[in-house]
Design a protein around this ligand. Structure first.
Ligand code: PLP
Length: 410
């Protein structure tokens, strides 16, 4: 009899958002008259429609696909040059980062890239993650059998280095001590779930650490577009030496509303080599060639349109709208006496639960008493316990309504 992959069986419980969805569904079934009132500030999906410049590019590309003269079949595995060149110029050269188009691998989004990137590291590579953390980094390594055993009491894996992000360190992980053995470090700024950002000197210190210790940083910059402070780095390649120690992952989901359209990319510089001189770029290219058949032409044309002058103006307006929601949520919660961080240069608001309530306890309380859905911090790791995440991706009306309801809870 066949056997399933035992590594999957080690994964504890439901994926966080499935658990939330099932609690909300159960509440809706049992409280039919209140189901319509539910405000969802939990999952990080956007709500604004695609920008007109993007829609126009999609229509034009569909017309090309409808004509035998301009029809396109399989896209190049690593992406069309028109998109890779636009990315290199707009996301990197404009910030003084020297990334060549052929170091950019276009994909269907940051979730798959951040889950798959571990494949090009050795089976015994030790990972380090922030705690709390976007769950995909750990779960994908669990599936690959790299994380040891799970301790249900602590919520920790035996072979993972956890880097606590607390109010004391401003939710920016401290660099591991010199004796800590780690080869793959996941960092995400602006951060999901805490909304924390990192300044250039602290990011440079991470780069220096990785270069000194022969480690690789997987830098998830999915929320880079939310940075408005001109002093904050948008890319890890703004730091000296990052090309020998960092992979950067980006997404079109949160800067341009592509959550349902699907587009992202990963940068693997040619200079990034392992202890034996193996270039990770070659391995990721090999992986793409074998396991990925390219992002759709029409979607890559839509991505290119994000970088047009109109596309930039329109998508920046959308981001400004979400950031204003974030500001209103932060101010509203603070006025109501809550201890809140994030929400500036980031679409996530990280609040301390009141009266020492547990994260899930507060989730149920908020759902039942105010019909507001957020995300329990504990779902992102043990140090998320006692915290709660709200997102700014909804409508202005819903953000204001949710704040009023939370204030009335007092
Ligand atoms: N990385 C982080 C930190 C995220 O929060 C998300 C989505 O919420 C993703 C990656 C996934 O992005 P994408 O929609 O491009 O798959």
């Amino acid at each position: 009899m066949f056997k399933a992959n035992g590594a999957y069986l080690k994964l504890p419980g439901n994926y966080l958002f499935s658990e939330i969805a099932s609690r909300v569904a159960a509440y809706s079934r049992e409280n039919l008259q209140k189901a319509d009132r539910i405000l969802r500030l939990g999952i990080g999906d956007v709500t604004q429609p695609l920008a007109p410049a993007v829609v126009q590019a999609l229509h034009a590309a569909v017309d090309e696909m409808a004509d035998a003269q301009t029809f396109r079949g399989y896209a190049p595995d690593m992406g069309y040059d028109f998109l890779r060149e636009a990315i290199a110029a707009n996301d990197f050269a404009s910030r003084g980062a020297d990334i060549a188009p052929d170091e950019i691998f276009v994909s269907d989004g940051a979730k798959s890239d951040s889950a798959n990137i571990q494949e090009i590291f050795s089976a015994d590579a030790r990972i380090a993650v922030c705690d709390p953390v976007y769950p995909v980094y750990v779960d994908s390594n669990v599936m690959a059998g790299r994380t040891g055993t799970y301790d249900a009491a602590t919520g920790l894996w035996s072979n993972v280095v956890y880097m606590p992000c607390t109010a004391q360190n401003g939710f920016v992980a401290d660099i591991p001590g010199s004796g800590v053995d780690v080869s793959l470090i996941y960092l995400c700024f602006p951060n999901n779930p805490t909304g924390a950002v990192i300044d250039k000197p602290r990011l440079q210190a991470w780069v220096d650490y990785a270069n000194e210790h022969g480690a690789v940083i997987v830098y998830d910059a999915a929320y880079e577009a939310y940075i408005t402070d001109p002093n904050l780095p948008h890319s890890i390649y703004e730091c000296d030496g990052a090309k020998t120690c960092a992979i950067e992952i980006r997404s079109f989901s949160k800067n341009a509303g592509f959550t349902g359209t699907r587009l992202g990319y990963t940068v693997v510089p040619h200079d990034l080599k392992d202890a034996d001189g193996v270039a990770l770029h070659d391995l990721w290219a090999r992986r793409h060639g074998t396991k990925f058949n390219g992002a759709p032409y029409i979607v890559q044309r839509a991505g290119e349109a994000v970088y047009s002058a109109e596309g930039q103006r329109q998508t920046r307006e959308q981001i400004a709208y979400y950031l204003q929601n974030a500001q209103l949520i932060v101010e509203g919660l603070r006025a109501a006496g809550y201890d809140v961080s994030g929400g500036t240069n980031a679409p996530y608001i990280w609040m301390k639960t009141p009266d020492g309530m547990g994260s899930w306890e507060f989730f149920d309380h908020l759902l039942q008493s105010a019909q507001v859905v957020g995300t329990p911090g504990a779902g992102f790791g043990p140090h998320g316990e006692g915290y709660f995440r709200l997102t700014a991706f909804g409508s202005r009306e819903n953000a204001l309504d949710a704040i009023e309801r939370i204030k009335r809870l007092q």
